[in-house]
Design a protein around this ligand. Structure first.
Ligand code: NAI
Length: 334
């Protein structure tokens, strides 16, 4: 079994090699630092499976090229699969599996860290103090206890976020057309308008689908309360502008996960956003904890092993020529 891993960073190699040494010694893994794309797809030739991350290209052309080169399994070492053309994968009979939950708490804790950084301005305090400036003017924040937090999407990460804000003593609202009952022990399910109008903090935890793309836009931002804070750790597509904390960005594919510090960044929107003192941008690192990386590596290779052994894989999105519809995939256009 030959597996080609794309967009491989040192940490991907470390954690995948750890799991391979423990449980999957027979797998031959080749690591490529660059992303999978139409240009790089020939490097997968001769591999049985490819392993990719959030910003690799898996459109119809790339999937067809992979298939022509002998690849039969696509392993996503991430939860989101908005970048995969599932219809073409189904047509080609490819096996596609993701890692649906790799420490939802990691992302939730990061979302809360972003809220508290923006709120209490610790990033600015850090810079000031390093320069011997101990003035606290301009660093005024809000006590979170008693504030209303609106969570868009109360799946695994949204629920983990709800539990943390509940611990802070916040009032919780959620908007999720497919919400189960679990959230009701912490707060109230409302429509999007109510959530926008009443929340001091809005945290997005919905997947990127046709229904959520640009869910926060100029019109919806107008309906938010003045001074409200928006945090997006889900996917870049839902947000078009704002005074916000972003861990994800719609056009992140060209930039994130690579060092561009020695180059001119040719993205006017991002560069403009970075000039605002109340905008905090991180490079899609919500998931980035030791626990999550261990889980990602373990589940990714277990998914491959299920495919190799021909046994049912709980994380398959497409298998034996069928797109599998699960609760969390329901909003995706099939
Ligand atoms: P999940 O599938 O458990 O939950 C997603 C929730 O969104 C579900 O409850 C679903 O019903 C809801 N939803 C679907 N359509 C909606 C709509 N139109 N409006 C409101 N809610 C809607 O997924 P999970 O594990 O909680 O992950 C959420 C998202 O977080 C992922 O899709 C992924 O894009 C992102 N993510 C970001 C990471 C990061 O490092 N920043 C890491 C992992 C995931």
């Amino acid at each position: 079994m030959k597996l080609a891993v794309f967009s491989a960073k040192s940490y991907d190699r470390t954690y995948l090699e750890e799991v391979r040494a423990q449980r999957f010694q027979g797998y031959d893994i080749e690591y490529h630092a660059f992303a999978l794309s139409e240009e790089t797809v020939p490097l997968a030739q001769g591999s049985d499976a490819v392993c990719v991350f959030v910003n690799d290209t898996l459109d119809g052309r790339v999937l067809r090229a992979l298939h022509a080169g002998g690849v039969r399994a696509i392993l996503l070492r991430c939860a989101g699969f908005n970048h995969v053309d599932l219809n073409t994968a189904e047509e080609l009979g490819l096996f596609v599996a993701n890692v649906p939950a790799y420490s939802p708490e990691a992302v939730a804790e990061f979302a809360v860290a972003l809220v508290q950084t923006l709120n209490r301005k610790t990033h600015r305090a850090y810079n000031r103090v390093r320069e011997g400036n101990f003035n606290i003017e301009g660093l005024l924040g809000t006590t979170l206890h008693g504030q209303t937090v609106g969570i868009v999407g109360v799946g695994r990460i949204g629920m983990a976020t709800a539990r943390i804000f509940h611990g802070f003593g916040c009032r919780l609202l959620a908007y999720d057309p497919y919400a189960g009952d679990e959230f009701r022990q912490y707060g109230t399910i409302v429509d999007l308008d109510t959530l926008l109008q009443e929340s001091h903090i809005i945290s997005l935890h919905c997947p990127l689908t046709d229904g959520t793309r640009h869910i926060i836009n100029e019109a919806t931002l107008q309906r938010m309360r003045p001074g409200a804070m928006l945090v997006n750790t889900s996917r870049g597509g839902p947000v078009t502008w704002g005074g916000i904390a972003l861990d994800v960005y719609e056009a992140e594919g060209e930039l994130f996960y690579n060092d561009h510090s020695g180059e001119i960044i040719d993205d006017d929107v991002l560069m403009r956003l970075m000039t605002f003192p109340n905008v905090l941008i991180c490079g899609h690192q919500g998931f980035f904890t030791r626990e999550a990386l261990t889980e990602i590596a373990g589940v990714t290779l277990s998914n491959l092993s299920a495919y190799v052994d021909g046994v049912s894989c709980p994380n398959s999105l497409v298998t034996e020529g069928h797109i599998l519809v699960r609760r969390d995939t329901a909003p995706v256009r099939l």
